[in-house]
Ligand binder design. Sequence first.
Ligand code: PNW
Length: 503
Amino acid sequence: MTAVKMGSSIRPCLLLLALVVLVHGAARSRAANNRFPDDFLFGAATAAYQVEGGWNEDGKGENIWDHMLHEHPDYSKDHQNGDVADDSYHRYKEDVRILKEMGMNHYRFSISWARIMPTGEANNINQAGIDYYNNLINELLDNGILPVVTMYHWDLPQWLQDLGGWTNPIMADYFEDYARVLYENFGDRVKWWITFNEPLSFVSGYAHAGPFTQAPAISKPGVGDYLATHHLLIAHARAYHLYDEQYRTKQQGKVTITLNTDWHEPLTNSTEDIAAADRARQFSFGMFAHPIFSTEGDYPAIVRELVDKKSKAEGRTRSRLPVFSKEMVEYIRGTYDYFGLNYYSSKLVTSGVTGENPSRERDAEVVISIDPSWPSSPVTSWLQVVPWGFRKLITWVHENYNAPAILITENGYSDDGSLEDTDRINYFKSHFTELLKAVYEDGANVIGHTAWSVIDNMEWTSGYTEKFGVYYVNFTDPARPRIPKASSQFLKEIIQTREIPQD
Ligand code: PNW
């Protein structure tokens, strides 16, 4: 009796205690899952050609985007170019002010090679260009914002393009000279370097010509883009080793490359589709990542095998994809201090034959599609909103390349420029959520996120028709005022609370 009595009075107490512990635990793990690590970096990005303008001011040389869009205005959708863009060349203090307003930890911007070396050569330095970037860097540091600097965001000096651009192996020498000028002039204050932005995107300028193609718009698919790939990988390694040998001890910074890809999901779970999705990853991403970030180095085996096989069948004396010597494989392998990763969207993959003959698309033997149920950007045809693809890509990089420190160097959404940009807020929110799942559930080491973009800007061959900014810019107003969209307030709150709001 007594025991029963005692039991019946103790049991509710124990139950209550258990409940309290449970609820507390759930709240804690919920908090942990939507809370960013304490040292997580929040930033936003732009690129020189897309925002600076001042295309021929104070001694700047012509680059391949100036050249292409001046020669062929119809290559961009609205026949516009980057001659003025956001006028950041004169209004960079405005950019820094709004970054500070949002509480950003870092600003990722790029240096226009032709602004500081008009022909691309190191014997011809334009001091006004050096001054511009010194002013921008100092303004950022005065406001407590870390500069993350991309050396090459697609704007090659035209003088170097006239020598063949990235199809010419000599480019590695010129790029090393350029990197030296950057380390010498800015390395005392810049600690985060990115050699190249999205090689996958810009090598396509050596594969396709015509409206809406990348500069320099040269039509040599399956040859020009592979030569460019080969030479930029060597150029990247040259810039990395130069830093290692001559600057690292004194400047104590980090150097890497930024790679992008859509996440490639197999169309079905058939063995064939799974293999096709892997080929798509290797041809779009592994081709650049494997030589630098893998344990073995060199191009992925499947890429080597397929391109060699097809080149032979085409009766060529050598593969369309150049071969690295053993020494060069070793020279390129491991040339990173962190991983720069851009993610926007995902695609479905099955096996099949598409693309010109020859071409990267055809070499990969894949057919790419989208799920029609995925929400899409109203203005950017390739941008479907697939947040889970973000987590899968991060985790895939984590698992395939030795768990590197990953800085998300771009991620963002485009629309027609509305100030109440709820879809952009939802995009960021869902992508932050998946990013934290990659961190807490998959163990990925993601050290920061960089929103693309700070301000609406020149979206390459889409001109000003696709707006990625968290600040609106009216491109018919000569003063180019930066006007906050709702998403800038959203990012500001995330940065302040370091949590994803759960409402
Ligand atoms: C990136 N795709 O380009 C660039 O780094 C930025 O300069 C650009 O403004 C931004 O993303 C938005 O487009 C991409 O077709 C271009 O998947 C095309 C694709 C992805 C990124």
